[in-house]
Design a binder for this molecule. Structure first.
Ligand code: NAI
Length: 398
């Protein structure tokens, strides 16, 4: 089969962020090419122009497309002939820079894959939504946990009613790496995440509770109605929350909780979700992502393994697998599934086929708006001593 079907070529990617010493840019660069459907050809890899250029050989980006800034990248790529020009820009920079970078890319006509939280505040997110609609570009947000095969399996099982009516969801994201004030010791990733000017109105809740909330929404399809939240700063001297709980009332009467921590000793990346329905319950943990437990009173607990050849796997779960069972798939593959979905739409756009900007298997700009609304309402509720506030944003999808 030709690469990218009708398009019959690889997509061309530009990476923003991912310079030497950074974290998630390298994950994007790896996941984006996992299926051999794209090549990384250009980048503005760092906020420091010299470091941006010095980092390019690490990715085999040629010197003439290793740009010193995003402004340079967009201008130069727009000027290239269509058969050379990039198809999409990946934004893997700290939160406060997502909006200007994504906006410049969209205005240049380029599709975007943006990391989370989508922007610094809700207003910027709403503006991006409008820009996506106006530009007709594809926009994916890397809430990568929705890309795990058993998460997609769970979503389909729930939407098809296998667990009955969903009445409760508990989504927790527990880490311990900010137990001490790493930001005061110059640790780069800690420094911007605890700075309100760079992280946004929330710390831990912007960084990881958004993932937990997005996962709960994706897996259950439940529509939120109201939220009550308590955020805490436990490390003295820190400016943003490092712990918090939110309670969510959903429109169908279900109750949800989102707990996020960055101060729990020994906890690494414990994103853990449990869903209770009238006919059954399930639980899934990202540190053991190839296993999901389904429980029904009076029956032995069922352990679902990620096995694309097993009759227990549904279409959505199977479609998200690359390897046979027993060969663990994890972070990179799930990340690559976000890219895979976005590529299908980028190819459609490039070949003149219709696609939806907001009804997608991968998280899109509307999910980004939903995440920013969640952060805003959590902070506002916490400031009002846990007051119940509305949570349904008009743009957020089902
Ligand atoms: P980092 O601090 O390790 O790296 C950020 C990189 O962006 C650095 O190379 C920096 O020089 C560069 N940069 C900053 N401003 C820039 C600009 N204007 N132009 C070009 N490059 C610029 O940060 P990290 O941990 O990689 O996080 C980046 C983003 O990814 C954040 O929004 C974060 O929330 C998100 N993230 C998402 C994860 C996920 O699982 N989806 C996991 C980790 C981070």
């Amino acid at each position: 089969m030709a690469t990218n079907g009708k398009l019959n070529r690889k997509l061309r990617m530009a990476l923003v962020g991912g310079g030497q010493g950074s974290f998630i840019g390298r994950v994007h660069a790896t996941a984006a090419v996992l299926d051999n459907r794209a090549a990384l050809v250009a980048g503005a890899l760092s906020s420091d122009p010299a470091k941006a250029k010095a980092s390019a050989p690490d990715y085999d980006i040629p010197a003439d497309r290793a740009y010193g800034s995003v402004t340079e990248l967009i201008a130069a790529e727009k000027a290239l002939p269509a058969d050379k020009r990039i198809d999409f820009v990946t934004v893997a920079t700290p939160n406060h820079t997502h909006f200007p970078i994504a906006k410049a890319a969209l205005e240049g006509g380029f599709n975007v894959v943006c990391d989370k939280p989508m922007t610094l505040d809700l207003k910027q997110a709403e503006e991006l939504l409008e820009l996506v609609k106006k530009s007709g570009c594809v926009f994916a947000v890397t809430h990568n946990y929705t890309g795990y095969p058993l998460v997609r399996q769970a979503r389909q099982m729930i939407l098809e009613g296998e667990l009955g009516e969903i009445q409760a969801v508990r989504s927790n994201y527990i880490q311990g790496w900010l137990r001490s004030r790493l930001e005061a010791e110059g640790q780069k990733q800690a420094a911007w995440r605890t700075d309100p000017g760079k992280s946004g109105a929330a710390g831990c809740f912007g960084d990881i509770a958004t993932h937990a909330y997005n996962l709960a929404r994706f897996m259950t399809g439940l529509i939120p109605a109201e939220i009550s939240c308590n955020l805490k700063i436990f490390e003295p001297g820190r400016q943003l929350d490092d712990y918090g709980h939110a309670v969510i009332r959903f429109q169908n009467g279900a109750l949800g909780t989102v707990t996020a921590s960055q101060i729990s000793h020994g906890r690494e990346n414990d994103l853990f979700i449990e869903v209770d329905g009238t006919k059954g319950a399930l639980s899934w943990r990202q540190e053991e992502p190839n296993v999901m437990i389904v429980r029904r009173n009076g029956h032995p607990h069922a352990m679902y393994t990620r096995d694309p050849n097993a009759p227990h796997m549904n279409d959505a779960g199977r479609a998200a697998c690359r390897l046979p069972s027993g060969h663990p798939e994890a972070f990179f593959e799930a990340f690559a599934n976000i890219y895979r979905g976005a590529y299908d739409d980028i190819v459609k756009r490039a070949t003149g086929e219709a696609f939806s900007a907001t009804e997608t298997v991968y998280p899109n700009v509307a999910d980004g708006v939903d995440g920013m609304h969640f952060i805003q309402q959590c902070v506002a509720s916490s400031q009002q001593n846990g007051a119940w506030l509305s949570l349904k944003h008009p743009a957020a999808r089902r």
